[in-house]
Design a protein. Structure first.
Length: 296
């Protein structure tokens, strides 16, 4: 009877992206063959999945501990690393198992080529991204020329338009936000009379992530409550939750099913369960199962 009064549905667009799935699979496969495995930084931004892998034998190490991995295998996380990390690992005989997302890998190469191209003509590369995000820190290491990181259109106030420019985006940014930034930069060029300088705009975001915000809004059209399951460190998760909570009566951000509170729910409500691109499907399914038990 309760199930008729309450509808609980998992967002069909939720679950891990290809890069996250690939990194987790690599870690699982290696831990099936050896008892322990070091990973440089958090493999992905989801504490529950990381804890599962830690219980299986994964050890999170910092850059300061890299030398301690001499003669051992070490996993590079999905977000990627700058070239300096690979050089140091090679110098200390660390065997790199590279779980960098292929889309990030492609962007690293694009950043390198774009920076070389712009350096030759006294130009600049502008990256739309989060300054402290692991992917962006890695990307910065691939640029030998003028490289600017902008978080929003307001940051463009500090960027010159009087030179050739290439604009690209962190892979996990949203298409809608990226296009707003591009339009703002074009308007600034127009205002400052800089249209004679070349401008190259590249679509470097992950297609799977790029429209997740729109897809989440669509999913929530007939929902009263959003239960968002994500790691606290996930910038993608924090952003999606901010988007989603505007489209429901109530929204709750949780890391696991243990954080569920029966007081949040009333009869005859429709509940949507969603998550970040780093949230594993088993965690979403576990949340639904625990919620159904809680509301019996």
């Amino acid at each position: 009877l309760c199930s008729m009064k309450r509808r609980i549905e998992i967002d069909p667009g939720a679950g891990p992206c290809f890069g996250v799935q690939r990194a987790i699979q690599m870690a699982d496969d290696l831990l099936n063959k050896q008892s322990t495995l070091a990973c440089l930084g958090d493999l992905i931004h989801n504490e529950e999945e990381i804890n599962r892998l830690i219980n299986k034998g994964l050890k999170i190490v910092s850059h300061c501990q890299l030398v301690e991995q001499s003669g051992k295998k070490m996993l590079i996380r999905a977000h990627g690393e700058p070239p300096s990390t690979f050089r140091i690992a090679s110098n200390f005989d660390v065997e790199i198992m590279d779980a960098t997302c292929p889309i990030v890998k492609k962007l690293q190469n694009t950043v390198r080529q774009s920076c070389l191209k712009m350096k030759e003509i006294n130009g600049q590369v502008i990256l739309f991204g989060d300054i402290y995000h692991a992917e962006v820190i890695g990307l910065k290491g691939y640029c030998s020329g003028e490289f600017h990181i902008v978080r929003n259109p307001e940051d463009l106030a500090y960027i010159s338009t009087q030179k050739p420019s290439v604009i690209l985006s962190q892979t996990t940014k949203y298409q809608s936000d990226y296009y707003k930034l591009i339009e703002a930069f074009k308007a600034k060029r127009e205002k400052e009379g800089a249209n004679s300088y070349t401008l190259e705009v590249l679509d470097s975001f992950c297609k799977q992530v790029a429209q997740r915000d729109k897809q989440l809004i669509e999913f929530l059209q007939d929902k009263d409550i959003l239960l968002f399951v994500s790691g606290k460190k996930s910038s993608n998760g924090n952003y999606l939750f901010t988007v989603g909570k505007k489209h429901v009566k109530s929204a709750y951000f949780i890391s696991n099913a243990e954080e569920l509170d029966k007081k949040w729910f009333k009869q005859n409500q429709s509940i949507g369960i969603s998550g970040a691109t780093s949230t594993p499907l088993w965690l979403l399914e576990n949340t639904k199962k625990k919620l159904e038990e809680l509301l019996k």
